[in-house]
Design a protein around this ligand. Sequence first.
Ligand code: SME
Length: 137
Amino acid sequence: VSSPSETNDKLQKICQLLHDEIPHYNWVGFYFRNGEKEELILGPYVGAETDHTIIPFGKGICGQVAVSNETFVVPDVNLQDNYLSCSIDTKSEIVVPIFKNGQNIGQIDIDSHVIDPFTAEDEQLLNYVCSKVSELV
Ligand code: SME
């Protein structure tokens, strides 16, 4: 069993690896549900600093995934209404939920500087990462 700081180290390394190895992953981070509250808290991430350290359920792409329990691919963020902008460089985003014991406990969030880069391969990879993260947390 890992301590919270060991878990955070592992999550940080996962962010770094994905960010460094996949050219279209320009911001990689985790959000987790804040206990029983209907909000997400920013976890480990790599990329530009963000103002969105707490996201209420329903708000933005992340907040919508907290409610829908489904992966959300946004090919072009400029065409999204319910979107929280972190950086003007971000053009697209994918958010994949993390389930533990059937509960949606958080998500991985990837921002890209290019339009429409995410394919079924990204979804497969990120589903795999999320299943592994679920065993860590
Ligand atoms: N764009 C996200 C907010 C988080 S940042 O991308 C890091 C959203 O709309 O929920």
